[in-house]
Ligand binder design. Structure first.
Ligand code: ING
Length: 312
């Protein structure tokens, strides 16, 4: 797909435990309207955009945490957003916690969905790279328990045809793994959309605070350049019940340059006229996969998980 399209990112500020899903949806509808006012054809919302980032808390039974999940698509909570997007003719990416019965088993996924401006659901993705732990580490006044509350995504990394071109989706920690983007770029992805909730404090390793934003930006700019694609990222950020998460929602060009970034840590729309042809030149020169890649030397990437013979 060629040509220029105005695309937007709808950053969300904090969602507190006391906030309802309807509160979150009302805020996203306001962002949607603002994006439409800027001529946007699509808007990207954050990961787990309907609730607070609940994997920071310790819950013992599904009865304690099932309230954070959606059991239908669209769920009753999401429906007003779906309806308004259809009325405005704007497509969107939405992150949410998904609870579903598959082959007779209850599964829970950290999921994102792609909905076209004509209302059709054109894609779904379930987060593959789940950070954190199953059991609490008790090193700070919060945890990171995505491995406790979500199953590993079982849909893989796919691309989805849309009126603005081939879209690839991922979620938060996925952006730190180059395999995420390469697998979708090998399927023709021209635009990557992702949401994230990234705590400012790393509870697993001592890390200077400035590195959080740097690694976020580095991951996206590298992905954009090395795959010749646009990258749109939406934060849910600010202090949720006092637990701070980074902002930095951004739109990155296929050259690897961040062309627009959110300025604050509250609800905010950023938009940019993305020239899809900018990606074409990157993919037909420095990263012309067909001409330059040598897969006969890449076998270890899919044949081994950790470092060979490592005693680390
Ligand atoms: N959050 C964080 C992220 O990957 C994290 C967790 C931060 C892991 C920094 C490692 C380093 O942005 C989610 N939700 O994945």
């Amino acid at each position: 797909m060629a040509g220029k399209h105005v695309l937007a990112v709808g950053q969300l500020g904090p969602i507190h435990l006391k906030d309802t899903k309807a509160d979150a949806v009302d805020r996203m509808i306001a962002l949607l309207r603002s994006a439409a006012g800027k001529g946007a054809e699509w808007i990207v919302f954050p990961e787990l955009a309907l609730t607070t980032f609940f994997p920071r808390y310790i819950y013992d039974t599904p009865a304690d945490y099932d309230r954070f999940y959606e059991e239908n698509l669209p769920s009753a909570a999401m429906k007003p957003l779906f309806d308004e997007a259809l009325r405005l003719g704007v497509g969107f990416y939405l992150g949410f916690a998904e609870k579903i019965v598959e082959d007779g088993e209850t599964k829970r996924y950290n999921t994102s969905v792609l909905v076209e401006g004509t209302g059709g659901i054109i894609g779904k993705y379930r987060k593959v790279h789940l950070p954190g732990t199953i059991e609490p580490v008790k090193k700070a006044n919060f945890e990171h328990l995505e491995k406790r509350y979500f199953d590993v995504g079982n849909l893989g990394f796919n691309t989805f045809a849309s009126p603005i071109g081939k879209i690839g989706m991922c979620i938060c920690n996925d952006r730190r793994w180059p395999e995420t983007f390469r697998v979708m770029a090998l399927q023709g992805a021209e635009i990557f959309m992702l949401g994230y909730n990234t705590p400012t404090l790393n509870i697993h390793h001592h890390e200077p605070a400035h590195l959080r934003e740097f690694h976020h930006r580095l991951s996206l700019e590298s992905a954009a350049y090395q795959n010749g694609a646009w990258v749109l990222s939406a934060a849910k950020c600010g202090a949720e019940d006092g637990f701070a998460m980074i902002g930095g929602s951004s739109i990155v060009a296929p050259t690897g340059e961040t062309v627009v970034r959110a300025s604050g840590e509250d609800d905010e729309v950023i938009a940019y006229e993305c020239d899809l042809d900018l990606g074409t030149y990157i993919r037909k020169s420095v990263f012309d996969f067909a001409r330059h890649r040598r897969i006969e030397h890449y076998g270890l990437i899919t044949s081994t998980t950790g470092v060979l013979d490592s005693d680390e």
